[in-house]
Design a protein around this ligand. Structure first.
Ligand code: ADP
Length: 274
């Protein structure tokens, strides 16, 4: 196995995206408190088209809260979040103010953002294929036949075609998570968010999910991934965001964040999780 990051990239056949170009996510000064406890203290993050942004950092530093605000699962208290150039959760109003969107509009916005959770959250009484086709059909994005064809294509992508008729309880955690990834892709989102996608898995099942994520990176799917898997950050990230106590402690390409001259705090953190 090649031992330097650049060699690995070449081995994987994917050029690193530079942190520029079309901006799909723009978060600026994002704040969020729970019961007076400020968890996000002004976070700035940009995600460009085709880019893989990996978010690392100690437990409790706000990583999960950050990705949940990017999907409006947790409305931010302050700051600005744009997805696809649209202000998330609000729109421009009179006198330069912003006006909150209705729940319906928020759910429309959310369709642009795929989310993969720590605990797969598949619908237990639906088959694998139904899990994948449900949203596109219900939200009238596709006809039943179209959604099934696309669903089977996505299940093929995550190596789950043979299990299309099974129910979630018949699958391993790694298989369920791969279905959850296919389900999120079914809405053709412009960006995919992963919240610690492998942390609930038995160690022997982690790799199959990481491989699927690496394949998606190859395809140029735009992703934000919260993870403790440093290998994923090293191999797949174009841009690494190190969160620390509710702020971005450092961000940069993996070579600089993990390189010999990395910030001592990041080195210490990487030692604790590796
Ligand atoms: P990380 O993902 O980096 O571990 P989190 O975003 O999960 O960090 O959590 C940051 C802090 O916010 C933690 O102290 C956590 O207890 C708190 N927190 C997160 N979600 C909630 C919530 N829904 N209600 C209250 N506190 C929360």
């Amino acid at each position: 196995e090649p031992d330097c990051i650049e060699d690995r990239r070449v081995a994987r056949g994917r050029e690193r995206r530079l942190h520029n170009g079309e901006r799909l996510v723009h978060a600026q000064g994002v704040t969020k408190s729970f019961h007076g406890n400020q968890v996000l203290k002004g976070v700035d993050v940009d995600v460009h088209a085709g880019e893989v942004v990996v978010v690392i950092g100690p437990s409790g530093s706000g990583k999960t809260t950050l990705v949940r605000t990017l999907n409006h699962l947790e409305p931010a208290d302050g700051g600005l979040i744009e997805v696809n150039g649209q202000l998330l959760g609000s729109k421009p109003g009179p006198q330069g103010r912003t006006v909150a969107l209705s729940d319906k509009d928020i759910s429309l916005q959310r369709r642009n953002v795929g989310m993969v959770f720590q605990r797969f959250n598949l619908f237990p009484h639906k088959t694998v294929l139904e899990n994948v086709t449900l949203a596109p059909v219900q939200l009238r994005q596709m006809s039943g036949a179209e959604a099934e064809a696309f669903g089977m294509e996505l299940l093929g992508k995550v190596g789950m075609s043979a299990h299309a008729k099974k129910y979630p309880h018949q699958l391993s955690g790694g298989q369920q998570q791969r279905v959850a990834i296919a389900r999120a892709l079914a809405m053709k989102p412009s960006v995919m968010l992963f919240d610690e996608p492998t942390s609930a898995l038995d160690p022997e099942l982690v790799q199959e999910v990481l491989s699927v994520i690496a394949d998606l990176a190859h395809e140029g799917i735009t992703m934000v991934i919260v993870t403790h898997e440093m290998k994923l950050a090293r191999d797949v990230a174009d841009w690494v965001v190190f969160m620390e106590d509710g702020v971005v402690g450092q961000q940069g390409p993996p070579e600089s964040v993990f390189g010999a001259n990395a910030d001592p705090r990041i080195k210490r953190f990487v030692q604790t999780v590796s």
